[in-house]
Structure formats: structure tokens, C-alpha cells
Ligand binder design. Structure first.
Ligand SMILES: [Zn+2]
Ligand SMILES: [Zn+2]
Length: 113
């Protein structure tokens, strides 16, 4: 099950900048991003799926070169702390608790690989 990815920017949260929830887009094509309880981010436009732990987030606030709130594939990133910040941000927007538990488990498995 997928929810549209709607949350504050994890970078800005980590840096303590005030940030409000936004809908995220795929930088490569501008499509809307969804987050599944399999721990995968999914682009509805081009169909690309990326493990959340391999995603980097970029918004105009923390990256002046970024024209919109978007998500970038970055395979070298394997940071569970960051992933958990992301999940915590999703949680604040009220996704179902069961869905959230499954998502956290899936992301934990990704980080162990
Ligand atoms: Zn896309
Ligand atoms: Zn940001």
C-alpha cells in the first residue's frame, strides 16, 4: 500500500530549520512520489521505485539550486538515522499506524543489506 509522500523536508528538520509538510516530486521527471510499506519510494509518472534509504531530499530551503521539493536518487546514501527522520516526518502527517510499522520494518531490512 502506497501513500503520497507528504512530509516536511528531512534535511531541514535535521538542521533545525522551520519546515512545513509538502508533497514531494521526482527530480528526474517531476512526477508525484509515493511511499510504500515495502520501504520503497515510487514515482507515479515514470514508475521508478527507489529504496527510501537510497533517497536524498532537496528543497529550495536547504538547496538554493533546487527549484522545487524533490527527491533524488543517491545510491551511496545508506543512513538509517536519516531514513528514520524521514519516517518520523511521515508519521507527523497522520499516515496509518499499522502502515507506518510495516514501513519502518521494511526500511530497517534495507539498512541491514
Ligand atoms: Zn519519475
Ligand atoms: Zn530542505
Amino acid at each position: 500500500m502506497y501513500y503520497q509522500l507528504y512530509m516536511p523536508c528531512p534535511n531541514c528538520m535535521q538542521d533545525g530549520r522551520p519546515t512545513t509538510p509538502v508533497y514531494w516530486h521526482h527530480e528526474a521527471c517531476g512526477g508525484n512520489m509515493y511511499l510504500g510499506d515495502n520501504g520503497m519510494a515510487y514515482c507515479e509518472k515514470c514508475g521508478e521505485t527507489i529504496p527510501l534509504v537510497n533517497c536524498e531530499f532537496s528543497c529550495p530551503e536547504c538547496n538554493p539550486k533546487s527549484s522545487m521539493d524533490c527527491l533524488v536518487k543517491r545510491s551511496e546514501l545508506k543512513c538509517i538515522a536519516k531514513a528514520m527522520t524521514v519516517v518520523g516526518a511521515v508519521a507527523t502527517t497522520g499516515a496509518g499506524l499499522k502502515w507506518l510499522n510495516r514501513t519502518v520494518n521494511a526500511i530497517g531490512l534495507q539498512c541491514e543489506e
